[in-house]
Design a protein around this ligand. Structure first.
Ligand SMILES: [Zn+2]
Length: 296
């Protein structure tokens, strides 16, 4: 009898310990979102991600294991309907948060890398370039609304979200100054991309956008379009074009051969060694641009 009582008290202790330590589960789609949320979530929040590094969020096909992840989530966070919108269709009774909706309008840019004018009523958050995380100041701009939203969903961690958002905001100011320094000597240079992935960075730091192999994410280029892109690369006088780890390098290599330029790697997603946290992801891209364009 004593043994049985002891057994039940142990079980009870384990169960109550578990309930005290219940963590809020935030599931994010891809690494940049994960990296941002990690900065503001405290130790009582379990932040997870769906997409493995090396896969493109635009074309990702969710697996059965992603459905389990989504069902376990208290909050599911994705970038935008026209970026990783498949996440919104995953089953589960979780709160859904689309980050691009938190981005103030004055930060918006379109898929030609231009600022969206305040007077242009044809543009909404549904048809802007969604890769806003490539500008540290755009990330800073979403933090107050992000912390408030998470605080409402998860009141027990409200103070942590708000405090961490303020601290992260200060670190983003420092990062912005660091990136501005790194890119100082390549301002005004023209950049050709695989897909329009880092235009928020180009716009912020005064680099010019020359064009992409994919005009919009996932858009297959025609041979005619490729020929005109090669012409533009030659005319620009640039010595480099850029590939990304999430996309095939076949087209980039043949374009580079034809235009007689070098290929460098930019990474808008990260999640691999040295590009895991938000700051390292941004610095990797800034340093690559500075190195590749220095001789132009
Ligand atoms: Zn993209």
């Amino acid at each position: 009898m004593k043994k049985l009582l002891l057994f039940f008290s142990v079980i009870f202790a384990i169960a109550s310990c578990g309930s005290q330590n219940t963590k809020t589960i935030i599931v994010t789609t891809s690494n940049p979102i994960y990296a941002i949320i990690k900065e503001i979530a405290g130790p009582r929040v379990d932040v997870r991600y769906i997409i493995p590094s090396g896969a493109s969020p635009h074309t990702y096909q969710p697996k059965p294991s992603d459905v389990y992840k989504s069902q376990a989530a208290n909050v599911l966070i994705y970038a935008a309907d026209n970026n990783d919108g498949w996440a919104a269709k995953l089953p589960g009774s979780r709160n859904l948060l689309q980050l691009v909706e938190l981005l103030p309008r004055e930060y918006w840019i379109n898929y030609r890398g231009e600022k969206v004018s305040a007077a242009d009523t044809t543009i909404t958050s549904k048809n802007i370039d969604t890769h806003f995380w490539m500008d540290p100041l755009a990330v800073k701009a979403i933090l107050p609304a992000l912390a408030d939203t998470l605080a409402k969903i998860d009141p027990q961690n409200a103070a942590t979200y708000r405090t961490n958002a303020e601290l992260f905001s200060n670190r983003l100011d420092l990062l912005h100054r660091q990136v501005d320094n790194i890119l100082h000597n390549v301002k005004g240079k023209t950049v050709f991309l695989h897909h329009p992935s880092i235009m928020y960075m180009l716009q912020r730091y005064g680099l010019l956008y020359g064009g992409s192999i994919e005009e919009a994410p996932g858009k297959e280029p025609s041979p005619k379009y490729i020929a005109s892109l090669i012409q533009k690369i030659k005319e620009s006088g640039t010595k480099a074009i850029f590939n990304e780890p999430q996309l095939s390098d076949k087209a980039v290599k043949s374009i580079a051969d034809e235009a007689k330029v070098s290929v460098y790697l930019l990474d808008p997603i990260g999640g691999t060694s040295g590009r895991e946290n938000y700051q390292d992801l941004i610095l990797f891209n800034a340093r690559t641009l500075a190195k590749a364009l220095a001789g132009d």
